[in-house]
Write a protein of this length. Structure first.
Length: 311
């Protein structure tokens, strides 16, 4: 049995062009490198799984390639990754500061990527201040965090801050479709849409869910397989409920509700989903606002049809 590599690692972007949904940031970084305007301390902040560490690694590699024009060299010796979650003491930072003074043997820059930087203790933060403000010419610091509010203001004021945004459902779905095509998986548009929605703006989560569902359903990824595996209530449930309500068929609605509870769903979860479904129907009442719906084309037609039947 050969070793399985999860999609999040296998398809981790190698260049800025491959990064999903962060066009504004990747363009800014590229321009900064080309015009020699890159700050020596950068802070990447944003929710989990949106590409902070990935962008930091690409940037670290690119800075050195830019300096030497050798496009194939990966400069692994010049890139230091420190996980602040497990190296958060003053001693760890002092060791880092001692290393920083030594210039690189190859390439032009030493790049220090400090992940989960909000986990540093306050004394470690203070030990780091001076170096961060006036680093040697050959050092560049890239700090990454999911919790910007936990970082002391004196650190924030010394960094150029890049706010990574959540990845939209459409972007995530397109990327998943690309991967499915690569892997020879026949995936329904709706199935990928549910995965992208469930991931809630994090590309890494979307890829983990995708792996799980493909393990469950093999090379044919259908909407039914996804909803069954993820145990989510999909739009079909709510279309059916709304039909019962429009026909005033209360017994039918109660039987359906009982089936939903029997599958282990929480009543509040169902009601919240129904409210969101009604909101989507209201949005569909007018042709102009249909584009606001984050669903596939076939489903938009269903929404429009039902919204016309509803008073």
């Amino acid at each position: 049995m050969e070793h399985f590599v999860v999609s999040a690692r296998k398809y981790r972007p190698e260049t800025f062009e491959d990064v999903v949904g962060q066009k504004a940031i990747t363009n800014t970084l590229l321009n900064a490198i080309e015009n020699n305007h890159l700050a020596q301390a950068l802070l990447f902040t944003g929710p989990r799984g949106v590409g902070k560490t990935t962008c930091a690694r690409i940037l670290a590699k690119k800075i050195n390639q830019q300096a030497t024009e050798n496009k194939d060299e990966d400069y692994a010796f010049n890139i230091f990754e420190l996980d602040a979650a497990s190296n958060n003491s003053v001693d760890d930072i002092r060791n880092l500061i001692d290393q920083v003074r030594i210039p690189p043997q190859v390439g032009k820059y030493k790049v220090y990527i400090i992940d989960e930087v909000h986990m540093l203790s306050s004394s470690a933060f203070n030990a780091f201040l001076k170096t961060l403000e006036e680093p040697p010419k050959h050092a560049i610091f890239i700090l990454a965090t999911t919790e910007k509010h936990k970082i002391i203001p004196t650190i924030l004021s010394r960094c150029q801050i890049f706010d990574f945004k959540r990845i939209t459902v459409t972007d995530a779905k397109e990327y998943l479709a690309k991967i499915a095509e690569n892997e020879g998986v026949n995936a329904e548009d709706d199935a990928l849409h549910i995965i992208a929605q469930k991931a809630d703006g994090a590309m890494r989560d979307a890829l983990s869910i995708y792996d799980r569902v493909v393990s469950f359903s093999g090379n044919n990824l259908t909407r039914e397989a996804v909803t069954e595996n993820l145990n989510v209530l999909d739009y079909e449930t709510y279309f059916k409920s709304t039909d019962f309500i429009l026909k005033n068929d209360i017994p039918g609605l109660l039987v359906q509700y009982n089936e939903i509870l029997a599958k282990g769903f929480d009543g509040h979860h169902y009601i919240a989903g129904l409210a969101s479904h009604f909101r989507d129907l209201l949005v569909c009442k007018n042709q102009a606002t249909i584009s606001l719906l984050e669903v596939g084309e076939q489903v938009k037609t269903l929404y429009f049809k039902q919204s016309q039947e509803a008073p």
